[in-house]
Design a protein around this ligand. Structure first.
Ligand code: SAM
Length: 255
Protein backbone atom coordinates (compact mmCIF):
# COMPACT_ATOMS: atom_id res chain seq x y z
CA UNK A 1 0.00 0.00 0.00
CA UNK A 2 1.32 3.44 -0.88
CA UNK A 3 1.65 5.76 2.10
CA UNK A 4 1.33 9.43 1.29
CA UNK A 5 2.47 12.15 3.67
CA UNK A 6 -0.28 14.03 5.44
CA UNK A 7 -0.49 17.73 4.57
CA UNK A 8 0.91 19.96 7.33
CA UNK A 9 -1.84 21.04 9.70
CA UNK A 10 -2.73 24.68 9.45
CA UNK A 11 -2.68 26.45 12.82
CA UNK A 12 -6.02 26.96 14.53
CA UNK A 13 -6.92 30.66 14.52
CA UNK A 14 -9.73 31.53 16.90
CA UNK A 15 -12.25 33.78 15.15
CA UNK A 16 -15.32 35.62 16.36
CA UNK A 17 -18.70 34.07 15.63
CA UNK A 18 -20.07 35.35 12.32
CA UNK A 19 -22.42 37.91 13.89
CA UNK A 20 -19.62 39.66 15.81
CA UNK A 21 -18.01 42.68 14.15
CA UNK A 22 -15.30 43.75 16.55
CA UNK A 23 -12.77 41.42 18.16
CA UNK A 24 -13.59 42.76 21.61
CA UNK A 25 -16.44 43.40 23.98
CA UNK A 26 -19.42 43.11 21.75
CA UNK A 27 -21.52 40.82 23.90
CA UNK A 28 -24.35 41.78 26.24
CA UNK A 29 -22.57 39.69 28.81
CA UNK A 30 -19.59 42.00 28.82
CA UNK A 31 -21.76 45.13 28.72
CA UNK A 32 -23.67 43.91 31.78
CA UNK A 33 -20.51 42.98 33.60
CA UNK A 34 -18.95 46.28 32.69
CA UNK A 35 -21.87 48.08 34.31
CA UNK A 36 -21.27 46.22 37.54
CA UNK A 37 -17.81 46.15 39.00
CA UNK A 38 -15.24 45.40 36.33
CA UNK A 39 -12.39 47.31 37.92
CA UNK A 40 -12.59 45.87 41.42
CA UNK A 41 -9.10 45.57 42.90
CA UNK A 42 -7.13 46.43 46.01
CA UNK A 43 -3.59 46.46 47.39
CA UNK A 44 -2.20 43.00 48.20
CA UNK A 45 -5.36 41.39 46.82
CA UNK A 46 -5.90 38.36 49.01
CA UNK A 47 -6.11 35.73 46.27
CA UNK A 48 -2.35 35.66 45.81
CA UNK A 49 0.83 35.03 47.82
CA UNK A 50 2.63 38.25 46.91
CA UNK A 51 5.74 37.80 49.03
CA UNK A 52 6.25 34.13 48.11
CA UNK A 53 5.86 35.14 44.48
CA UNK A 54 8.60 37.76 44.86
CA UNK A 55 10.95 35.11 46.27
CA UNK A 56 9.97 32.70 43.49
CA UNK A 57 10.72 35.34 40.82
CA UNK A 58 14.12 36.01 42.34
CA UNK A 59 15.06 32.35 42.18
CA UNK A 60 13.42 31.61 38.84
CA UNK A 61 15.18 34.49 37.08
CA UNK A 62 18.46 34.23 39.02
CA UNK A 63 20.48 34.14 35.78
CA UNK A 64 18.61 36.84 33.89
CA UNK A 65 20.04 40.34 33.68
CA UNK A 66 16.68 41.90 32.84
CA UNK A 67 13.13 40.63 33.38
CA UNK A 68 10.25 42.16 31.40
CA UNK A 69 7.20 42.53 33.61
CA UNK A 70 3.77 43.40 32.17
CA UNK A 71 0.68 43.99 34.26
CA UNK A 72 -2.38 43.55 32.03
CA UNK A 73 -5.69 44.98 33.32
CA UNK A 74 -3.95 46.79 36.14
CA UNK A 75 -7.08 48.75 37.09
CA UNK A 76 -6.27 51.71 39.43
CA UNK A 77 -2.60 50.71 39.81
CA UNK A 78 -2.80 49.01 43.19
CA UNK A 79 -1.75 45.71 41.62
CA UNK A 80 1.55 46.82 40.00
CA UNK A 81 2.43 48.90 43.08
CA UNK A 82 1.79 45.82 45.23
CA UNK A 83 4.28 43.93 43.09
CA UNK A 84 6.84 46.74 43.38
CA UNK A 85 6.51 46.76 47.18
CA UNK A 86 6.68 42.96 47.40
CA UNK A 87 9.82 42.75 45.26
CA UNK A 88 11.66 45.51 47.12
CA UNK A 89 10.57 44.20 50.48
CA UNK A 90 11.71 40.62 49.78
CA UNK A 91 14.76 41.18 47.54
CA UNK A 92 15.95 44.67 48.42
CA UNK A 93 16.31 47.51 45.92
CA UNK A 94 19.36 46.19 44.13
CA UNK A 95 18.00 42.75 43.25
CA UNK A 96 14.50 44.08 42.55
CA UNK A 97 15.80 46.61 40.02
CA UNK A 98 15.96 44.20 37.07
CA UNK A 99 12.16 43.68 37.27
CA UNK A 100 11.50 47.43 36.79
CA UNK A 101 9.90 49.36 35.23
CA UNK A 102 6.69 47.32 35.22
CA UNK A 103 4.64 48.06 32.10
CA UNK A 104 1.06 48.32 33.37
CA UNK A 105 -2.01 48.92 31.22
CA UNK A 106 -5.78 48.81 31.32
CA UNK A 107 -8.62 49.40 28.93
CA UNK A 108 -10.15 52.01 31.21
CA UNK A 109 -8.51 55.43 30.71
CA UNK A 110 -9.91 57.04 33.89
CA UNK A 111 -8.36 54.30 35.98
CA UNK A 112 -5.04 54.79 34.21
CA UNK A 113 -5.20 58.53 34.82
CA UNK A 114 -5.75 57.85 38.51
CA UNK A 115 -2.91 55.31 38.58
CA UNK A 116 -0.55 57.86 37.01
CA UNK A 117 -1.18 60.34 39.83
CA UNK A 118 -0.17 57.65 42.34
CA UNK A 119 -3.12 58.56 44.57
CA UNK A 120 -5.28 55.47 44.94
CA UNK A 121 -8.03 54.31 47.36
CA UNK A 122 -6.63 52.10 50.11
CA UNK A 123 -9.56 49.72 49.75
CA UNK A 124 -12.45 49.45 47.29
CA UNK A 125 -15.71 50.89 48.50
CA UNK A 126 -17.53 47.93 50.04
CA UNK A 127 -14.51 47.19 52.21
CA UNK A 128 -13.87 50.63 53.63
CA UNK A 129 -16.35 49.89 56.40
CA UNK A 130 -14.24 46.98 57.60
CA UNK A 131 -11.82 48.94 59.69
CA UNK A 132 -9.94 45.94 61.03
CA UNK A 133 -8.95 44.92 57.55
CA UNK A 134 -7.74 48.41 56.77
CA UNK A 135 -5.57 48.42 59.87
CA UNK A 136 -4.22 44.98 59.02
CA UNK A 137 -3.30 46.09 55.52
CA UNK A 138 -1.61 49.19 56.84
CA UNK A 139 0.37 47.37 59.50
CA UNK A 140 1.41 44.32 57.54
CA UNK A 141 2.30 45.59 54.14
CA UNK A 142 2.12 49.26 53.53
CA UNK A 143 5.31 50.86 54.67
CA UNK A 144 6.02 54.57 54.74
CA UNK A 145 9.16 54.14 52.68
CA UNK A 146 6.81 53.45 49.76
CA UNK A 147 3.85 55.73 50.45
CA UNK A 148 1.89 58.09 52.63
CA UNK A 149 -1.75 58.12 53.63
CA UNK A 150 -4.21 60.85 52.82
CA UNK A 151 -7.77 61.39 53.80
CA UNK A 152 -9.99 63.33 51.42
CA UNK A 153 -13.59 64.05 52.34
CA UNK A 154 -15.95 62.06 50.19
CA UNK A 155 -13.18 59.69 49.06
CA UNK A 156 -12.19 58.10 52.35
CA UNK A 157 -8.70 56.88 52.94
CA UNK A 158 -6.28 57.19 50.04
CA UNK A 159 -2.75 56.02 49.51
CA UNK A 160 -0.20 58.34 47.96
CA UNK A 161 2.67 56.41 46.43
CA UNK A 162 5.93 58.32 46.72
CA UNK A 163 7.98 59.31 43.66
CA UNK A 164 10.62 56.64 44.22
CA UNK A 165 7.91 53.96 44.08
CA UNK A 166 5.96 55.55 41.22
CA UNK A 167 8.96 55.61 38.92
CA UNK A 168 9.01 51.79 38.89
CA UNK A 169 5.73 51.56 36.95
CA UNK A 170 4.85 52.91 33.47
CA UNK A 171 1.09 53.18 32.93
CA UNK A 172 -0.73 53.23 29.60
CA UNK A 173 -4.19 52.63 28.16
CA UNK A 174 -4.44 49.42 26.17
CA UNK A 175 -6.31 46.28 25.31
CA UNK A 176 -4.49 43.11 26.31
CA UNK A 177 -5.64 41.42 23.09
CA UNK A 178 -3.46 43.79 21.06
CA UNK A 179 -0.84 44.81 23.64
CA UNK A 180 0.37 41.23 23.71
CA UNK A 181 1.67 41.65 20.15
CA UNK A 182 4.33 44.16 21.22
CA UNK A 183 5.51 42.35 24.35
CA UNK A 184 9.05 41.04 24.75
CA UNK A 185 9.01 37.26 24.94
CA UNK A 186 12.30 36.41 26.65
CA UNK A 187 12.45 36.41 30.47
CA UNK A 188 8.96 37.81 30.63
CA UNK A 189 6.30 37.90 33.35
CA UNK A 190 2.71 38.69 32.41
CA UNK A 191 0.36 39.46 35.28
CA UNK A 192 -2.99 38.56 33.67
CA UNK A 193 -5.27 38.47 36.67
CA UNK A 194 -9.01 38.60 37.15
CA UNK A 195 -10.15 39.83 33.76
CA UNK A 196 -10.51 36.68 31.67
CA UNK A 197 -14.22 36.49 32.51
CA UNK A 198 -14.72 39.73 30.57
CA UNK A 199 -13.40 38.10 27.41
CA UNK A 200 -15.54 35.97 25.22
CA UNK A 201 -14.47 32.34 24.82
CA UNK A 202 -12.86 32.90 21.42
CA UNK A 203 -11.01 35.94 22.82
CA UNK A 204 -9.71 33.83 25.73
CA UNK A 205 -8.49 31.25 23.24
CA UNK A 206 -6.91 33.92 21.04
CA UNK A 207 -5.11 35.54 23.97
CA UNK A 208 -3.83 32.22 25.32
CA UNK A 209 -2.63 31.33 21.84
CA UNK A 210 -0.87 34.68 21.38
CA UNK A 211 0.80 34.39 24.79
CA UNK A 212 1.82 30.84 23.95
CA UNK A 213 3.57 31.86 20.76
CA UNK A 214 4.99 35.14 22.09
CA UNK A 215 6.49 33.98 25.38
CA UNK A 216 9.69 31.95 25.28
CA UNK A 217 10.54 29.02 27.52
CA UNK A 218 10.76 29.95 31.23
CA UNK A 219 8.56 33.03 30.90
CA UNK A 220 5.67 33.31 33.33
CA UNK A 221 1.93 34.02 33.30
CA UNK A 222 0.03 34.79 36.48
CA UNK A 223 -3.74 34.36 36.66
CA UNK A 224 -6.21 35.34 39.38
CA UNK A 225 -8.55 33.34 41.53
CA UNK A 226 -11.54 34.41 39.45
CA UNK A 227 -9.90 33.26 36.23
CA UNK A 228 -9.49 29.71 37.36
CA UNK A 229 -12.88 28.77 38.74
CA UNK A 230 -15.32 26.20 37.38
CA UNK A 231 -15.84 26.23 33.67
CA UNK A 232 -13.32 29.00 33.25
CA UNK A 233 -10.48 26.85 34.50
CA UNK A 234 -7.91 27.86 31.95
CA UNK A 235 -6.59 24.51 30.92
CA UNK A 236 -6.19 26.22 27.56
CA UNK A 237 -2.78 27.27 28.83
CA UNK A 238 -1.50 23.74 29.00
CA UNK A 239 -2.34 23.43 25.31
CA UNK A 240 -0.11 26.40 24.57
CA UNK A 241 2.99 25.18 26.39
CA UNK A 242 2.45 26.36 29.99
CA UNK A 243 2.53 24.30 33.16
CA UNK A 244 1.25 25.15 36.63
CA UNK A 245 3.96 25.79 39.22
CA UNK A 246 4.00 25.20 42.97
CA UNK A 247 2.61 28.70 43.51
CA UNK A 248 -1.13 28.87 42.89
CA UNK A 249 -2.09 30.72 39.70
CA UNK A 250 1.50 30.93 38.42
CA UNK A 251 2.21 29.19 35.09
CA UNK A 252 5.62 28.63 33.50
CA UNK A 253 6.29 28.27 29.79
CA UNK A 254 7.95 24.89 29.51
CA UNK A 255 8.74 24.65 25.78
C1 SAM B 1 -11.51 42.94 38.23
S1 SAM B 1 -10.35 44.13 37.60
C2 SAM B 1 -8.85 43.25 37.93
C3 SAM B 1 -7.76 44.17 38.38
C4 SAM B 1 -6.49 43.48 38.83
N1 SAM B 1 -5.87 42.78 37.73
C5 SAM B 1 -6.73 42.55 39.98
O1 SAM B 1 -6.69 41.32 39.81
O2 SAM B 1 -6.99 43.04 41.09
C6 SAM B 1 -10.56 43.92 35.85
C7 SAM B 1 -9.89 45.01 35.01
O3 SAM B 1 -9.74 44.48 33.71
C8 SAM B 1 -9.81 45.55 32.79
N2 SAM B 1 -9.99 44.94 31.48
C9 SAM B 1 -11.02 44.19 31.06
N3 SAM B 1 -10.79 43.75 29.81
C10 SAM B 1 -9.57 44.23 29.44
C11 SAM B 1 -8.79 44.12 28.24
N4 SAM B 1 -9.23 43.42 27.20
N5 SAM B 1 -7.59 44.73 28.20
C12 SAM B 1 -7.15 45.45 29.26
N6 SAM B 1 -7.85 45.60 30.39
C13 SAM B 1 -9.05 44.99 30.49
C14 SAM B 1 -10.95 46.38 33.33
O4 SAM B 1 -10.92 47.70 32.83
C15 SAM B 1 -10.68 46.30 34.84
O5 SAM B 1 -9.90 47.38 35.28
Amino acid sequence: MKITALPPQSPYIPTPPANKKSPAFTSNFFTNLNGQRPNFTYFFRGDFEWLSFAKYLNRHFANAEKVNVYNAACSDGSEPFTLVMSLIRKLGHEKAEKFFPIEAFDLNSSLINMAKTGVIPLLPEPYTIVDIWRLKLKNMFMEHRFLNYKKIRGFGQLVQMNDATRKHVNFSVGNVLTKVDSMEGENTVVMARNFWMYLEPYEQELLAQKLGSKLKKDSIIVLGKYDTQGERNLDIFTRYGFEETYIDYVYEKIR
